[in-house]
Design a protein. Structure first.
Length: 133
């Protein structure tokens, strides 16, 4: 997902995974909890790279399961920091499935995660970036 203002993401993380049988539900598709875990991990990496601080997930929202991801598919997880608050970062995440045989790609899941930067005592602290000092 591009930023709402059309600009480049402030930080981006990309992960790749393959869906093995132990990742699937009884229908042979990626278990929703596995997908959310991948999305949260990528959001954490994108936010951590930007803030260079400990970050935690405060909230996930707008998670839309658009298409199933099947056993044997490759999954690309793309997380982009799209907004920075005082101590928070909004991270938009996409799960894109790719057939390992045909190369066909499809957007399967989207979601938004809100991450909070913490200080050494575990309290919210300002996000400091090169652009913001």
């Amino acid at each position: 997902m591009p930023r709402e203002d059309g600009e480049r993401p402030l930080s981006e993380a990309r992960l790749m995974e393959i869906v093995f049988p132990h990742h699937t539900n009884h229908l042979g598709t990626l278990f929703g909890g596995q997908g959310l875990a991948l999305m949260d991990k990528a959001a954490f990496i994108a936010a951590s790279r930007l803030a260079r601080r400990t970050v935690v997930t405060a909230r996930s929202e707008r998670v839309n399961f658009l298409s199933p991801i099947r056993q044997g598919d490759l999954v690309e997880v793309v997380a982009r920091v799209t907004r920075i608050g005082r101590s928070s970062m909004q991270v938009d995440v996409e799960l894109i499935a790719e057939s390992i045989h045909s190369g066909e790609r499809r957007l399967c899941t989207t979601g938004r995660f809100h991450m909070i930067a913490l200080d050494g005592q575990g309290r919210p602290t300002p996000v400091i970036t090169e652009d913001r000092g």
